[in-house]
Ligand binder design. Structure first.
Ligand code: ZN
Ligand code: ZN
Length: 398
């Protein structure tokens, strides 16, 4: 694989970011590349998704997954190949994921020393947590061979070339809820004639804080954040309704169920306590399951990753509160998943940092994914990510 060609692909993708479910150009580039490499290609999967299949006789089926979408973030990197689209950029680095998978797909096509089937999955709309489900709903698992393993990697603010691999629960489940509290509006001077949804909302926000502090044990973790509170239009009008937008992060399905039930209970009870004329409405608007690395699969993949990263350069960052919908693909296909973080930051920024704590401390100080300043260094990130994906795939192919 010519490194200059792959670098040009990366810079081109970076210049032309596309929002979730609008990845027409990106998917077209990936599909054309796969065809050129000899893959059978299915396009339009779940909207803008694409998958390429390369068969080399009997053997394991390996899915390699990359997400493609950009974010509504105005880029502030000052890069010569910065986004040419106003207010849209690859601030999460999914252009790097696409480049890695294109590189690995080409390498696998030119190598003759493996048996099995490789499926390159280019997924839309990860940032909405809807793209994986859209591909599943479109019959992905029946339209390409079913996998024995799903592999993928996310670029991260860790030293380029290093790898973060956490066996077991790795990233949190994320649930986003919209709560509409119904009161009875009226004049601000005569509150006794109203049921004030602003007061109900305020009491609800405070009471929601007790879920994590009073109902989740020290051995468990959860986050409940109220990201938006909206009600009313004017100083002296008590409105009819108030709206709360909540985000919940959990690692364990039982904890998740308990936290979501507690939210519904508290929301209903605060409305009842205020004498609300109607029950509040709680809508689960977005939901991403916990990303859980199969422990045996992670142990099988780790030596391959170590062989390319070098001794001591694969570490365990531990569970993080980020979220990803790649688990949806694996669950729907009935296969285990191994997903890891691939460093993309200038290694010089991490001089002297070797332990997990030191690495994570630096990672917390430099621009990270979703920041307008976030950008991986193309070299050696591109080469390292291609090598990781390739080595991991080979650990599963025969
Ligand atoms: Zn993201
Ligand atoms: Zn991402």
């Amino acid at each position: 694989m010519d490194p200059a060609r792959l670098r040009a692909v990366y810079e081109d993708l970076h210049r032309h970011p596309e929002l979730s479910f609008q990845e027409h150009r990106t998917a077209g580039i990936a599909a054309a590349w796969l065809r050129e490499c000899g893959y059978e290609v299915v396009e339009g999967l779940g909207g803008t998704g694409a998958a390429g299949v390369l068969r080399r006789g009997d053997g394991p089926v390996v899915w390699l997954r990359a997400d493609m979408d950009a974010l509504p973030v105005a880029e502030e990197t000052g890069l010569p190949y910065a986004s040419g689209v106003d207010g849209v950029s690859h601030a999460c680095g999914h252009d790097m994921h696409v480049t890695w998978l294109m590189g690995a797909a080409a390498e696998l096509a030119s190598a003759r020393d493996w048996r099995g089937t490789v499926v390159a999955v280019f997924q839309p709309a990860e940032e909405l947590a809807k793209g994986a489900q859209a591909m599943v709903d479109d019959g992905l698992a029946d339209r390409v061979p079913r996998p024995d393993i799903v592999l993928g990697q996310h670029v991260a603010p860790l030293p380029a070339g290093s790898i973060g691999l956490t066996p077991g629960p790795m990233w949190a489940a994320s649930d986003s809820l919209r709560v509409t509290v119904h009161g009875r509006g009226g004049h601000g001077s005569r509150p006794e004639t109203t049921v004030d949804p602003v007061v109900i909302a305020a009491a609800t926000v405070l009471r929601l804080q007790t879920i994590v502090s009073r109902e989740v044990s020290t051995a468990e973790t959860a986050v409940v954040s109220v990201g938006s509170v909206q009600a009313g239009t004017k100083h002296n009008i008590i409105p009819d309704t108030a709206t709360l937008l909540l985000n919940v992060r959990t690692y364990d399905a039982k904890v998740r169920d308990r936290v979501l039930a507690a939210i519904r209970r508290i929301v209903a009870a605060e409305a009842a306590a205020a004498g609300a004329p109607r029950d509040p409405v709680v809508v689960l608007e977005e939901s991403t399951p916990t990303l859980t690395n199969d422990v045996a699969a992670a142990e099988r993949t780790r030596p391959a990753l170590e062989s390319v990263a070098g001794p001591g350069r694969v570490f365990d960052p531990g569970p993080l509160p980020s979220s990803e919908d790649v688990q949806v693909l694996a669950t729907a296909a009935g296969a285990p998943i191994t997903y890891w973080l691939q460093g993309g930051a200038d290694p010089a920024l991490f001089a002297g940092a070797t332990t997990r704590e030191q690495l994570m401390e630096v990672a917390g100080r430099i621009p990270s994914n979703h920041s307008p300043q976030y950008h991986p260094v193309p070299h050696p990130t591109i080469e390292a990510g291609v090598a990781s994906l390739l080595a991991a795939a080979r650990a599963w192919l025969s």
